[in-house]
Design a binder for this molecule. Structure first.
Ligand code: 5GP
Ligand code: ZN
Length: 115
């Protein structure tokens, strides 16, 4: 999809620090990490969000990639958090489906109140 930053990353038109790649998915470091480990996993094909009729097999591949990334980033034992921000209230800012894998430090205990 034109003018989608994550499509551009998937197509290697924009550089990224790649953590894992196969035919269907790409995992790369977040530009603005919120924790010591902050890796994003995307499908190479463009889907706006997790509700965008994503084939179930691809959803399985994406979530299987979470464990691979956690292994590669060394947080399997220490733990990590998986976040999929979706739509306006979910504060999704890049409208190409992506999974955040966050770890390497203790999370804030819980979310704050809505604003
Ligand atoms: P969202 O809020 O949509 O769930 O998260 C989008 C994430 O993409 C943010 O954490 C942001 O730092 C990251 N991001 C936005 N643009 C780029 C980019 O060009 N390269 C990389 N590596 N990450 C990006
Ligand atoms: Zn895209």
């Amino acid at each position: 999809m034109s003018d989608c930053v994550f499509c551009a990353i998937a197509n290697k038109e924009i550089p990224s620090t790649i953590v894992y790649e196969d035919d269907e998915v790409l995992a790369f470091e977040d530009l603005n990490p919120q924790l010591p480990v902050h890796t994003l996993i995307i499908p190479k094909a463009h889907y706006r969000n997790i509700g965008d009729d994503v084939p179930p097999a691809l959803l399985g591949t994406l979530f299987a990639t979470v464990k691979k990334v956690a292994e590669l980033k060394g947080v399997i034992e220490s733990g990590y958090r998986v976040i999929v921000n979706t739509g306006e209230d979910g504060r999704q800012t890049v409208h190409h489906l992506h999974i955040h894998v966050l770890g390497g430090a203790r999370m804030p205990i819980r979310m704050g109140p809505a604003d």
